[in-house]
Design a protein around this ligand. Structure first.
Ligand code: GSH
Length: 213
């Protein structure tokens, strides 16, 4: 029986999409099991109550980087992880930056207040956005500078680092403020547009991308 990656995550989820996009790149069938991170039963899958957690061939895994490396190693022949030590280090560096700095800043300071709060019928706290924008612009400038010196974050080839950063910054690009920052950072904008044409990006598009772009 062929393998299926079951992704426990909300239907619209940045990290759920990272896992799904990696599965697409590896040619692995995946399905989303709509899951709320805080749900009681989810603690058994992810003791830190984050999404995604996954199940594949009777194995359970959580933490997106672990999921993606496993999927790529076992089902994608490791093609998303450079063999060259320096390129591999650069990939890890940019994944770490995406996870530790860019996601928390953009998610809490822009994506949640500007997109998610109104979707849930609430009013965004504009001061949160105003405070976060200089840091978001600074971080995106650093990413753009890297993409001015290399076609992809690890070097000349598309890697897991591009999947992490693309999924995180795609949500930013769906906000008016994020789009203005993208418009000033041409290397970043060009890279995002190139990544968006990949089959894996198109197959994992959020429904909100249609009407927000
Ligand atoms: N370190 C986790 C982070 C995943 C994460 O932050 N997921 C978000 C959804 S995109 C989440 O679970 N948010 C709910 C919460 O923080 O309560 C990973 O890499 O998988």
């Amino acid at each position: 029986m062929s393998s299926i990656l079951k992704i426990y995550a909300p239907v619209i989820s940045t990290y759920g999409r990272i896992a799904a996009m990696t599965a697409e790149e590896a040619g692995l069938v995946w399905e989303n099991v709509p899951t709320h991170a805080g749900a009681g039963e989810h603690r058994a899958r992810h003791p830190f109550q984050k999404t995604p957690a996954v199940e594949i061939d009777g194995i359970q895994l959580y933490e997106t980087i672990a999921i993606c490396q496993y999927v790529d190693d076992v089902h994608g022949r490791g093609q998303l992880q450079p063999k060259d030590p320096l390129e591999r280090a650069r990939m890890s560096q940019w994944i770490s930056i995406a996870n530790a700095y860019v996601f928390p800043t953009t998610e809490n300071g822009l994506v949640l207040p500007r997109l998610v709060v109104p979707m849930m019928g609430g009013t965004p706290r504009e001061e949160l956005i105003e405070q976060a924008l200089p840091t978001i612009a600074y971080q995106m400038t650093l990413v753009s500078n890297r993409l001015e010196e290399a076609a992809y974050l690890a070097g000349n080839r598309f890697s897991l680092a591009d999947i992490f950063m693309y999924c995180i910054l795609r949500a930013v690009q769906l906000t008016p403020e994020g789009r203005m920052i993208f418009d000033q950072l041409l290397p970043l904008k060009k890279w995002a547009s190139t990544v968006s044409t990949r089959k894996s990006a198109q197959a994992t598009q959020w429904s909100t991308e249609d009407f927000m772009d």
